[in-house]
Ligand binder design. Structure first.
Ligand code: SAH
Ligand code: SF4
Length: 360
């Protein structure tokens, strides 16, 4: 079987070249072609010796996940549904803004953590994505979107806020992060790459040591009682431990605050009193808040908080000096909002894929 080179970070690629009897600097040359030029055809890599190109064409390939569907929203948001095999699909979403382009990518097919308001969680866990499948989302999106007038890729920021819990697919996530940061590959600054976690405390400590990038933590509740219900992993890593891990993370983080995500669920976690409790809870953690209006999906009993409730909640945080943004609901017309990913099309995809491989 051919080796997919998107599975290697710089270190692993250099090792592969050494095994082939090639100089490690050739690996760096190749990385530039793959990531800076977006090239997947060895024959086009003109400054690499023809003999080596031939050898690579025999033993290796550069393959991003196959696109099953692409959708473009009226507001410019784009969504790609990507085939990760055996009836599973994950999504990557591109969100263009005035002075940046953000790609939201997935880390797992499904998720084991079963947060009560999350459509990915409702699908259960299928498997971890490989490095190639994670970085392949960025490779593919760059390829599709092309470069701006200055010759830079349009994607300037990456957020791991798609399907799955990135810190439960730790090694592959870190290898993919390294490619995002590596100057020979995408060269993004650590501040422009964000990992979102539901709060896997030991893995937050490992990330701080091995590859500190900007961190978003899915808080969603002001106390353990409610968080146990909404984010069940809280029973294993309760708020006190989570907030202590946030403080430790900040000692090495590229930004001097943690972003707390807080999904706004009507009548569940959106009262002014809960906002006050939240202010008290996070008083020792330098932070910003991102309020996410709940994205409904078919099997849910939750409702999105009313705009006034979100505004009042935000006012309490702001008055306490906490910078708080409310996430704009982008790409609503194509169901592109994070947290609402492939679920609704999964069953259909499964049927289509099964048909195409002759299962049904
Ligand atoms: N597993 C990680 C990252 C993926 S989820 C995490 O939980 O942080 C990305 C964000 O979307 C999280 O904050 C998650 O809580 C939120 N989310 C999940 N389902 C949602 C929904 N239906 N509406 C709004 N946000 C949702
Ligand atoms: Fe998993 Fe995140 Fe969804 Fe929770 S919110 S089930 S951790 S993807």
């Amino acid at each position: 079987m051919q080796q997919n080179l998107l599975d290697f970070d710089a270190h692993a690629l250099a090792g592969y070249f050494t095994e082939m009897g090639e100089k490690p600097f050739r690996a760096r040359q190749l990385m530039r072609w793959i990531y800076k030029e977006g090239e997947s055809d060895f024959a086009a890599m003109t400054d690499i010796a023809a003999a080596l190109r031939g050898k690579l064409a025999q033993s290796a390939c550069i393959i991003a996940p196959e696109v099953l569907r692409e959708e473009l929203s009226d507001d410019g948001t784009r969504k790609w549904l990507l085939n990760v095999g055996t009836g599973n699909a994950v999504e990557a979403v591109y969100i263009p803004e005035e002075n940046r382009g953000t790609l939201c990518i997935s880390s797992q097919a499904g998720c084991a953590l079963d947060c009560s308001f999350c459509s990915t969680g409702k699908q259960g866990f299928n498997r971890n994505l490989s490095v190639a499948e994670i970085i392949g989302q960025l490779w593919w999106a760059n390829h599709q979107l092309g470069k701006d007038a200055d010759g830079n890729w349009k994607i300037s920021n990456v957020v791991m806020m798609g399907m799955g819990e990135p810190l439960l697919n730790f090694d592959n996530t870190v290898s993919a992060l390294r490619l995002m940061l590596d100057d020979q590959a995408y060269g993004l600054s650590r501040r422009r790459v964000t990992v979102s976690t539901s709060g896997i405390v030991p893995a937050m400590d490992r990330l701080r040591e091995e590859c500190p990038v900007a961190l978003a933590v899915s808080l969603h509740a002001p106390n353990d009682k409610l968080r146990d219900e909404l984010v069940p992993i809280n029973r294993k890593y309760p708020l006190k431990e989570l907030l202590a891990a946030c403080r430790r993370y900040l000692e090495r983080a590229p930004r001097d605050f943690i972003t707390f995500e807080y999904v706004m669920l009507e009548g569940v976690n959106d009262s002014v009193q809960q906002a006050r409790e939240l202010v008290n809870l996070v008083r020792d953690v330098p932070c910003k808040f991102n309020l996410i209006p709940f994205n409904p999906f078919p099997q849910t009993h939750y409702r999105r908080s009313r705009p006034e409730a979100i505004q009042n909640f935000r006012d309490v945080l702001m008055q306490a000096g906490i910078v708080t943004t409310t996430r704009k609901t982008r790409g609503d017309d194509i169901a592109a909002a994070c947290g609402q990913l492939a679920g609704q099309v999964r069953d259909k995809t499964r049927r289509t894929l099964n048909r195409s491989v002759g299962v049904v």
